[in-house]
Design a protein around this ligand. Structure first.
Ligand code: ADP
Ligand code: MG
Length: 256
């Protein structure tokens, strides 16, 4: 479904992605792991066709994705329906007067067909039916997140890109989110910097380093057991502890 070939990207001459290549098959659940600033959000924006590689190629469903191609209305309509991104901050996505309008917006733009039925179906699935008449702006962070998720899932996409989706959720909502995700039968790529959450989000992990390249792509459990790789990704650090006169060394993950 996705093929990235030697992709590079920079912001104002500062490299953010270097020589990124991978392929992702339909219905795979992949975790994109790395510390802050390593380029995860930038990579999701490339996959969602919001920005374009400065070098290298990105193919989605066999089509080379270029700025020019996304100026074609018919191509864009199909692309935007099947390839959706949940931004890290739900506030940057909401702008409609009611939750109902928020969820219906994309459908009205792209596929104005059975709107009412689909909005109610996804609101029900996400447990937000009781909020449909409310203003999305006055909801809690977790509720906003669900509204944003409904607003993209209502398009029935083939690829769901999630940027640190649990960063603003409490443990109970995070648990709900993980279960919800595992039941979705589509391709999902989720970014996180949270090592202990990563195995809940997929079985394959692609790890970006601070140098903005891929240092691991494979089974997530093998990665988590490889202390040298974890150190290389800066996902663990060594800590000295004193217990009375005893001093010893531990590895710590950076999760809290
Ligand atoms: N619009 C932008 N303009 C300039 N620099 C940016 C922009 N967006 C991100 N960056 C920089 O690019 C690097 C990678 O950012 P990002 O992809 O957001 O990383 P991550 O999501 O892994 O934290 C960071 O150093 C960040 O400050
Ligand atoms: Mg980010």
């Amino acid at each position: 479904m996705i093929s990235l070939e030697n992709v590079y990207f920079s912001y104002e001459n500062s490299p953010v992605l270097r020589d990124i290549s991978f392929q992702i098959n339909e219905k795979e659940k992949v975790v994109l792991l790395g510390i802050n600033g390593c380029g995860k959000s930038t990579l999701l924006k490339i996959l969602n066709g919001l920005i374009f590689p400065e070098k290298g190629s990105y193919y989605f469903k066999g089509e080379l994705i270029t700025e020019k191609k996304l100026k074609n209305k018919e191509f864009t309509r199909k692309f935007r329906k099947s390839n959706v991104l949940l931004f890290q901050n739900p506030d940057s996505m909401i702008f409609n007067p009611t939750v109902y309008d928020e969820i219906a917006f994309g459908l009205r733009q792209l596929f104005p067909d059975s709107i009412d039925e689909k909005v109610h179906f996804w609101a029900e699935k996400l447990g937000i039916s009781h909020l449909l008449k409310r203003s999305p702006f006055e909801l809690s962070g977790g509720e906003k997140q669900k509204v944003c998720l409904a607003s993209i899932l209502v398009l029935e996409p083939e690829l769901l890109l999630l940027d640190e989706p649990t960063a603003n959720l409490d443990p109970r909502s995070t648990g709900w989110f993980v279960d919800f995700l595992s039941e979705l039968d589509i391709t999902v790529i989720t970014t996180t910097h949270n090592l202990s959450l990563a195995p809940e989000l997929g079985s394959r992990v692609i790890v970006l380093s601070e140098d903005h390249n891929i240092i691991y792509d494979g089974d997530i459990n093998s990665f988590i057991e490889d202390i040298d790789l974890l150190k290389k990704a800066n996902l663990v650090h060594t800590h000295y502890h004193r217990h009375g006169t005893l001093k010893h060394k531990h590895y710590h993950t950076h999760d809290f």
